[in-house]
Design a protein around this ligand. Structure first.
Ligand SMILES: [Zn+2]
Length: 337
């Protein structure tokens, strides 16, 4: 049985923003090797784990890229300008601690903070922010960090409450773990199965699109996190809650899931006694759209792990939801489509 906190901690240490996924891919390849017949990296770096079957091709996809920051300039006083890789809320980044790939640490700050007191948080943009690494000159800063270096949230996964995992990059490393746990549970299957850890989801579903072109699946299921409507910060009028089971997605802003796949996933959950929630989210998208709309197209669905505080250093998911998600993915993999 895989230890979720242990693997999430290792994945968070290995993961880098979109475009730089290889170290995370190598770690996932090591973890997935016992459960598949063959594996390879696509030309753009997605990891494909193949378990051979005689039936139709069924592809599962969880993205292994994370959101991050990249250094654009270092000024005379040693302060660091940056831009984003993937979606960030600039105002929410203020006083967030970050770590660079080489271990250097810093904190994100707002320029001329006093001037902002009367203005809306929504007016704050990335150029209003900088990273302070405690350098006092350009030379000192450049001895630690250079243009093009990547920065990630500097927080660690931890167990909270009686059932939750909190920390950075549950989106979508927790779904990568769900895929691994599902692969671990597989028995006899008829479908020809492809478990794909995709690249560059956060910048436009690119790994799902290119992997789908390589595999040409008949059916696909993406696994990602989804927002919830269960706490005062949610701002989304939906019934999805942490701890009530993985979701079967019906629609998001990028896709209307194939009705056949929605029904297949719901029926499979019910037949196996797995709790699930129906999901319609009012923003955001997933690899589902990439699978459905590439080449000739495929029938595609999505299972989500409900997640609070998405794209923050303290995303929060339920471990039970992850375990039930793994059961549902394994059951779908073993069912006949
Ligand atoms: Zn995601």
């Amino acid at each position: 049985m895989l230890n979720i906190l242990d693997i999430q901690t290792k994945l968070v240490e290995a993961a880098l923003p979109s475009g730089y996924e290889r170290p995370c891919g190598e770690l996932l390849a090591e973890l997935a090797r016992p459960y598949c017949d063959e594996m390879w990296f696509t030309p753009t770096g997605s990891l494909v784990c193949h378990k051979k079957g005689e039936g139709k091709k069924l592809m599962f996809a969880a993205h292994m890229d994370i959101i991050g920051l990249i250094v654009t300039n270092i000024n005379d006083k040693g302060y660091i300008s940056f831009t984003n890789i993937g979606g960030h809320n600039p105002a929410a980044l203020i006083h967030t601690t970050v770590r660079f790939e080489n271990g250097i640490r810093g904190v994100i700050k707002l320029k001329n903070q006093g001037d902002w007191s009367e203005k809306a948080a929504s007016a704050i943009t990335l150029p209003d922010l900088y990273i302070d690494i405690a350098a006092t000159s350009r030379e000192e800063a450049e001895s630690m960090v250079k243009v093009g270096d990547l920065a990630m949230f500097d927080s660690k996964p931890a167990l909270v409450g009686d059932d939750c995992l909190m920390g950075p990059y549950c989106d979508d490393l927790c779904s990568c773990i769900v895929l691994l746990m599902a692969m671990e549970q597989l028995g006899e299957t008829t479908s020809d199965l492809y478990f794909v850890f995709t690249v560059q989801e956060e910048v436009g579903l690119k790994g799902a699109i290119t992997s789908t072109a390589c595999i040409e699946p008949h059916f696909g299921i993406a696994i990602d996190v989804c927002p919830t409507g269960d706490d005062p910060s949610a701002g989304m009028d939906i019934p999805v809650a942490v701890g009530k089971g993985p979701t079967v997605k019906i629609k998001d802003m990028s896709v209307i899931c194939s009705p056949k796949m929605v029904t297949f996933m719901q029926v499979t959950a019910e037949e196996n006694g797995i709790p699930y929630q129906n999901e319609i989210i009012l923003g955001g998208g997933t690899d589902t759209a990439g699978i459905m709309h590439t080449g000739k197209g495929a029938q595609a669905g999505c299972m989500s792990i409900p997640c609070r505080n998405i794209h923050s250093p303290c995303e929060l998911v339920s471990i039970r939801d992850m375990e039930n998600g793994a059961k549902l993915i394994a059951a779908c993999a073993m069912a006949t489509l």
